[in-house]
Design a protein around this ligand. Structure first.
Ligand code: GTP
Ligand code: MG
Length: 334
């Protein structure tokens, strides 16, 4: 290819904005790309939502970092948008069924993409069961309430059970082996490992068409490692950053993000419905857009979900059950 042809090709490429990998961005050479990958930015989508400080951590100058982020944004057209365009973007928001119509309705039609949904509740309230069910359901086509995608599963308490996934998949008429193949799993050994897993997740998300990111549990490691009042600010700061990373991944890849959280007793409110509080307090609350409190109810396998915070939905409750088949609606009274 002559230099002129090369130039033409370059211009055409720029005009079409066909950026295939991070090296294709202006001012990202191989060395910079390697540095970026090292700190977890392997895709243009992730770079588009990075901050200058994050890139600076890889030894990239501030001016250069700003250029790279701007180029990444331009490449995927994240920028100022008009309210009309915003409505268009919102049209892309997908909904993922929980398996229970009543629970879906409570949260506005299923778990939403581009935001974080938090399920919190006591031991045995069904948080992990919902995570398992969502990891299967996300693989369904949209007509059946899925997102035609895979799931990324960060398990912090070693409670993920592949047999349970198979059981749920069979009930939905899916091939259990194929379903298992589309769940990308990692066990997080401590809070730093958990943070790192998410920081390095962008390439895996892109390559596997991940439409659901699960962290079960979001807070368990943080809670056991950061004990005592003096360590609280550090814990909150780390949790905050972790949640923002999750939110940015959910937005960049139009994926649903689901986290679980334990509760702690709230002695002052012992007799009220909300006699417990989710761990992590306001920080977790502010970044997760939909919060659902789960509790056991009278009756075999019956659970009550209570919507406690949503940007636009009214508070309310829904009843569902956990059976051999997975998360289901309660049958009609007989
Ligand atoms: P922690 O992680 O301990 O805080 O609890 P969790 O909220 O994650 O609870 P989890 O989702 O693990 O719920 C456990 C409950 O789900 C059990 O007590 C059972 O009621 C139900 N469950 C789990 N597996 C099965 C199953 O195979 N069949 C049936 N029928 N129920 C199940
Ligand atoms: Mg659990």
């Amino acid at each position: 290819m002559s230099p002129k042809e090369k130039k033409v090709e370059q211009i055409q490429k720029e005009e079409k904005k066909v950026y295939l990998s991070i090296e294709d961005l202006p001012s990202v050479g191989n060395a910079t790309a390697a540095k970026l990958r090292e700190i977890g930015f392997s895709t243009i989508e992730a770079l588009a939502t990075a901050t200058i400080a994050e890139l600076a951590a890889a030894g990239i100058g501030e001016k250069r970092a700003a250029e790279i982020i701007a180029a990444a944004r331009e490449a995927i057209e994240i920028s100022w948008v008009t309210a009309k365009d915003l409505a268009e973007l919102k049209k892309n928001v997908g909904r993922l069924t929980t398996g229970s119509k009543a629970l879906d309705k409570l949260i506005g039609g299923g778990v939403e993409t581009q935001t974080i949904t938090e399920f919190f509740g006591e031991f045995g309230s069904g948080k992990s069961q919902i995570c398992h069910q969502l990891a299967v359901n996300v693989q369904l086509p949209p007509e059946r309430g899925g997102l035609n995608g895979g799931a990324l599963y960060i398990d912090t308490e070693n409670t993920f059970r592949i047999e349970r996934i198979a059981q749920m998949a069979k009930f939905l008429g899916l091939d259990p082996d194929k379903v298992a193949e589309r769940i990308i799993y990692a066990e997080a050994y401590n809070s730093d490992h958990q943070i790192l897993l998410l920081e390095k997740a962008d390439r895996i998300i892109k390559e596997n068409n991940i439409k659901l990111i699960i962290i079960d549990s979001l807070t368990a490691h943080f809670r056991s490692e950061y004990v005592g009042r003096q360590s609280l600010p550090e814990r909150q700061q780390k949790l905050n950053k972790h949640m923002h990373k999750l939110l940015r991944l959910a937005r960049a890849f139009n994926a649903a993000a689901v986290v679980t959280n334990q509760v702690m007793a709230r002695p002052d409110e012992y007799f009220s419905v909300m006699s417990v509080l989710p761990v992590g307090g306001h920080i977790v609350g502010h970044t997760s857009h939909t919060r659902v409190y789960l509790r056991k109810a009278a009756g075999k396998n019956v659970r009550i979900a209570r919507l406690v915070s949503s940007p636009y939905l009214p508070e309310g409750e829904a009843i569902f059950k956990i059976t051999e088949n997975g998360v289901e609606d309660l049958e009609e009274e007989q």
